[in-house]
Design a protein around this ligand. Structure first.
Ligand SMILES: [Zn+2]
Length: 163
């Protein structure tokens, strides 16, 4: 396993993310929290774009506070059983647990930094097709709005990942 800090510019890297908690799902994860199995860094990720078949997905990774994943695990363990490396917590019938989960996600969203890493993957916990560190804010301001992932931006992201 290669650390998240050493994968930039590489293609076909085994995923460094040993723990993923998915926040949203559309035929696969579209946002969540992830932890690097080598250095323990924790990230929030969001879907930036996908190809026409929605198979290859581009995600932006932002740093989040250490311990966030532990907090999320504790909250979600109250209503579902942890499943690693990729956990899609099922809300179940525990209303309070679900509310706490949503509140924690909101908290993480507020404190996250701009994306530091962009990856292309079909299965985030297994293989990263491409990965690239983001170094400049200018680059991202030029990039499409991550609030509305769209296949039309896919080639643009791919070009960035290959640059
Ligand atoms: Zn790492």
């Amino acid at each position: 396993m290669t650390c998240c800090q050493l994968i930039s510019g590489k293609a076909g890297v085994p995923s460094p993310f040993c723990k993923i908690i998915s926040f949203s799902y559309y035929d696969g994860t579209t946002s969540g929290a992830a932890m690097c199995g080598v250095c323990g860094r924790e990230y929030f990720y969001d879907l930036l774009s996908w190809d026409d078949n929605q198979d290859v997905r581009i995600y932006g990774f932002s740093s989040i506070q250490a311990g966030s994943l532990g907090d999320l695990t504790e909250i979600c363990s109250r209503f579902d059983t942890p499943k690693w490396p990729e956990w899609h917590p099922k809300p179940g019938v525990n209303d309070r647990g679900r509310k706490e989960f949503r509140a924690k996600i909101g908290e993480i969203r507020k404190t996250k930094t701009p994306p530091q890493l962009v990856v292309a993957s079909e299965e985030l916990s297994k293989l990263l097709l491409l990965a690239k560190a983001v170094h400049t804010a200018e680059l991202l301001s030029d990039m499409p709005d991550s609030e509305s992932p769209d296949a039309k931006d896919f080639t643009k992201w791919l070009a960035f990942l290959k640059s």
